[in-house]
Design a binder for this molecule. Structure first.
Ligand SMILES: [Zn+2]
Length: 175
C-alpha cells in the first residue's frame, strides 16, 4: 500500500519539487516485478529537478537515484517522522516528451539501481541488459509506442525483444 508523505507546503515553485505522484507507480512496479521486491519504496523520496537539463556524454539524463546521507536521513526523520534513504531525482525538463509508459519504464530503470543489500549499483552496460534486449536501446527517446509495464497483460518475462515489441503496424508517433 502506498502511504503518501504529508507535505506542509501546497505549492512550491523552487528547483527541487517533492512529487508524491510517482510513489503509487513505484509501489505497483515493486508489487509486480520480483526483481524489485526488495526495493524500499516507502523510504524513497521522489524529487523533480525542475531546472537542470542534465547531460552526460552528450546524452540527456532522465533520472538518477542516490543514497541520502546519514545526516540528512536523521534530519528528515525528525522533521517528517519518516525514514528516507534514497532519492529518485527526475529531470523534469528532460522527460517532458516522454509518454506515460516511458515514465514507468524510467522508474523501473531507476529502481533496479537499488540492489538487494540496499546499495546503489551500476548497469552491466550503459543500461540494464534486459531493457535493451526487450525494448531496444532507444526506449527512453523513441516516439514509437513502448509497452506499459503496469498493464495487467504485459508479461515482462515473455517480452522477446524489439522485433515483437515494435511490429511495423504499431509504429506511430506519440504526441
Ligand atoms: Zn541508470
Amino acid at each position: 500500500m502506498s502511504e503518501a508523505l504529508e507535505l506542509a507546503v501546497d505549492e512550491f515553485n523552487g528547483k527541487y519539487f517533492i512529487n508524491e505522484d510517482y510513489r503509487p507507480l513505484a509501489e505497483k512496479l515493486r508489487a509486480k516485478f520480483k526483481e524489485l521486491q526488495h526495493v524500499p519504496v516507502k523510504h524513497i523520496l521522489f524529487l523533480e529537478n525542475r531546472e537542470d537539463k542534465r547531460k552526460k556524454a552528450q546524452h540527456y539524463v532522465f533520472a538518477q537515484v542516490s543514497k541520502i546521507s546519514g545526516k540528512i536521513q536523521d534530519i528528515l526523520y525528525q522533521v517528517t517522522g519518516h525514514t528516507y534513504e534514497y532519492i529518485i531525482e527526475i529531470f523534469k525538463e528532460n522527460v517532458e516528451a516522454m509518454s506515460r509508459e516511458q515514465i514507468i519504464l524510467l522508474l523501473y530503470h531507476e529502481m533496479r539501481h537499488i540492489n538487494i543489500e540496499g546499495k546503489i549499483v551500476e548497469h552491466e552496460i550503459n543500461d540494464w541488459v534486459c531493457m535493451i534486449d526487450k525494448l531496444g536501446p532507444n526506449w527512453a527517446t523513441t516516439k514509437a509506442s513502448v509497452p506499459d509495464l503496469l498493464d495487467e497483460d504485459i508479461n515482462w518475462e515473455n517480452i522477446q525483444g524489439p522485433p515483437t515489441l515494435f511490429p511495423e503496424e504499431r509504429l506511430r508517433v506519440v504526441k
